[in-house]
Design a protein around this ligand. Structure first.
Ligand SMILES: *Cc1c(COP(=O)(O)O)cnc(C)c1O
Length: 437
């Protein structure tokens, strides 16, 4: 099959991993059994199931999983099993992957700038009926490629087309600001809503408050802005899409509970007459999958408080290469010794020859960590494997499904959290953030 030829290509949508065993082991069993020299991606299906099922059960609308966050087929299958039926896709390849796996899925093409061929294929061949846009040009493209403009213009019934105007909103509460690239300013967004109305069976507004947004009020502010746009447009809408950005837990970051975000959303909608009666959508990525994957790396070399490991920012650790997120770590000693109870802060270098392949951390580990030891790095289910490249030849990884619980939970009093946090304080204060991309 065609897929095989992409074995070493950079597209994670097409990358294949080694087959997992049929009975789920624990992470320690995997390491003991195979002494892996390549990074091992450990999927915890139960953890993903719990996060996704909780989101689906408590969000008062449709939950569209943002596929780019983690497009691994095993992850998608777990999400489907947990009740996710809608998928936010942004490319022809994502659309095709989801459709191949789930013929009954509702797929929404939520990238505001799409290739014409991707729109055509999604509409004509893949049963995709919802598209986002943030300009008149993109609206014209969608209408042309779906034939919807033609159908409506000739007096026929509008096609089953959903049109979502992407509104620019402030991203100040988020770790990753997405506001510069996409989104129409309010006056333009109002004009786009009015222009799209005649062609849309579902007209809506969407936005993204930025990834890893810890402030529920960001959604309330965005919804208030959306309400003004709808009022200015003078048309009814059927959909309000509150986007993604729902946070995950990292070391020293304990997000408010999901209920606080949903309460801010429903509370603001209740205050806005122009938003009432519309169907709610959300596009979570990170919040569904971050907890569900860890990566076990091996120490290749130790130089003082710096460890050289076999994965890095060109692999599944790109988020660890920029300041902002602190990832939990756990040592798995290679020689069955009892690791030192004293913890120390370490920085990590990835396997490539690029000096930017650096993860400042700090990462808390037993002081006697040494070559050959493995380190399990948690909370890598979101934007981890999805961002891997084949740079410098380091594209091999093994993927296994494991049955143990995530070894890290924000605010929990487990051993990892307790040991990690105090050990990091002095080192963190001394560190300068090192942006690298
Ligand atoms: C990336 C993205 C998401 C998911 O964002 P998270 O921060 O992972 O929840 C949702 N919607 C759109 C349009 C995106 O680009």
């Amino acid at each position: 099959m065609v897929q095989g030829r992409f074995r070493a290509a950079v597209s994670p949508v097409r990358r294949r991993f080694d087959a997992p065993p049929s009975v789920l082991p624990t992470v320690n069993e995997v390491i003991a059994a195979s002494s892996p020299g390549d990074p091992v991606h450990c999927i915890r299906p139960q953890t993903i199931t719990e996060a996704a099922a909780a989101f689906v059960a408590s969000f008062p609308g449709d939950v569209l999983y943002a596929v780019k966050c983690n497009p691994d087929p095993r992850v998608l299958r777990v999400l489907w099993g947990a009740g996710v039926r809608h998928f936010d896709c942004a490319s022809a390849a994502e659309v095709a992957l989801v459709r191949r796996m789930f013929p009954a899925a509702d797929i929404h093409f939520m990238h505001p700038v799409k290739a014409r061929a991707a729109i055509r294929e999604a509409w004509a061949d893949q049963g995709v009926h919802d598209f986002s846009f943030d300009s008149q040009d993109e609206l014209a493209k969608i209408l042309a490629e779906t034939g919807a403009g033609r159908a409506s213009g000739s007096g026929g019934a509008p096609a089953d087309l959903g049109l979502l105007v992407r509104l620019a909103v402030a991203n100040d509460g988020a770790l990753h600001d997405l506001s510069g690239k996409f989104g129409a300013a309010p006056a333009e967004a109002a004009a786009l809503l009015a222009a799209a109305r005649p062609y849309a069976r579902r007209l809506g507004v969407c936005f993204h408050v930025g990834s890893q947004c810890l402030d529920p009020a960001a959604w309330a502010k965005a919804l208030a802005a959306a309400a003004q746009v709808v009022a200015q447009a003078g048309v009814a809408i059927e959909v309000i899409d509150v986007g993604g950005g729902f946070p995950a837990a990292y070391v020293d970051t304990t997000p408010p509970p999901l209920a606080a975000f949903f309460a801010a959303i429903t509370g603001e909608i209740a205050r806005q007459p122009h938003l009432q009666g519309a169907r709610l959508w959300a596009e979570p990525g990170r919040a569904l999958v971050a907890d569900g994957v860890s990566v076990v790396v091996q120490v290749l070399h130790r130089r003082g408080e710096v460890l050289y490991i076999n994965d890095g920012v060109y692999g599944s650790l790109s988020d660890a290469g920029r300041p902002g997120l602190l990832f939990p770590t756990r040592l798995i000693a290679h020689d069955h010794r009892l690791p030192s109870p004293a913890e120390q802060a370490f920085q990590l270098y990835g396997p490539t020859c690029d000096s930017l392949d650096f993860m400042p951390g700090p990462f808390a580990l037993p002081a006697d960590v040494r070559e050959g030891d493995w380190i399990e790095i948690g909370q890598l289910g979101a934007y981890g494997a999805a961002l891997r490249t084949a740079f410098n030849g380091f594209d091999r990884a093994q993927l296994v499904e494991v049955r143990d619980d995530a070894f890290f939970a924000a605010g929990s009093d487990d051993q990892c959290t307790r040991m990690t946090t105090p050990a990091l304080q002095p080192a963190r204060a001394a560190l300068q953030p090192q942006p690298h991309k």
